[in-house]
Design a protein around this ligand. Structure first.
Ligand code: GAR
Length: 201
């Protein structure tokens, strides 16, 4: 397909969601997107090596030298994204909170995946919180990013059962499998202009 949209993916860790996104784009000639950059705040992020192995450009902007000055960090973070000509930005296990100033530059063009059935359990420790609450169902959500944390229009959700005796790690692994189905499916729809909510069982 010609005129593919350029997709930048931001990761902090292992990058399994990033790999699912990149592979979905590289393996489908008719995909409306192409990966233009994998960017991390962490030079040790496993996702960087996995991106490079796939021939995707990578960059690192370490947040630590900026201390609590988020705006200064973000002023550097945005540079490789703009240089790569990104049309859309996907957060995929990116563990830095972004300010309204950064988010507004990509309004309507930035997605995030969160490991809970939003609006439940914004923030961290989502699997432990679902277990603590005695939920029978748990899952993950892809949403458009707005300045509020783990907020913004929901584009897709996938559910899993919570099973007797589950630990947070058991639940995390079950949800992660669904993340790898959900995020590529939502991204492809999003790039084609589809905004209705996708539900995966
Ligand atoms: C995923 O479960 C993702 O949903 C979660 O971190 C994990 C990253 O895994 N994201 C958040 O908690 C964002 N607040 P990955 O690096 O293997 O994709």
């Amino acid at each position: 397909m010609r005129n593919k949209k350029a997709v930048a993916i931001l990761v902090s860790g292992g990058g399994s969601n990033m790999v699912a996104l990149v592979d979905s784009m590289l393996n489908d000639p008719d995909h409306p997107g192409r990966p233009c950059l994998v960017l991390s705040n962490n030079a040790d992020a496993g996702g960087l090596k996995r991106a490079a192995e796939r021939g995707v450009a990578t960059a690192v902007v370490d947040h630590r030298p900026f201390g609590s000055d988020r705006a200064a960090f973000e002023a550097e973070l945005v540079k490789p994204i703009l240089e790569a000509g990104a049309d859309v930005v996907c957060l995929a296990g990116f563990m830095r909170v972004l300010t309204a100033g950064f988010v507004s530059q990509f309004e309507g063009r930035m997605l995030n995946i969160h490991p809970s059935l939003l609006p439940k359990y914004k923030g961290l420790h989502t699997h432990a919180r679902a277990l603590e609450a005695g939920d029978a169902r748990h899952g993950c959500t892809v949403h458009e990013v707005t300045p509020l944390l783990d907020d913004g229009p929901i584009l897709g959700q996938a559910e899993v059962p919570v099973l007797e005796g589950d630990t947070p790690d058991d639940l995390a692994a079950r949800v992660l499998e669904q993340e790898h189905r959900l995020y590529p499916a939502v991204l492809a729809r999003y790039l084609r202009g589809e905004r209705s909510v996708l539900h995966l069982g």
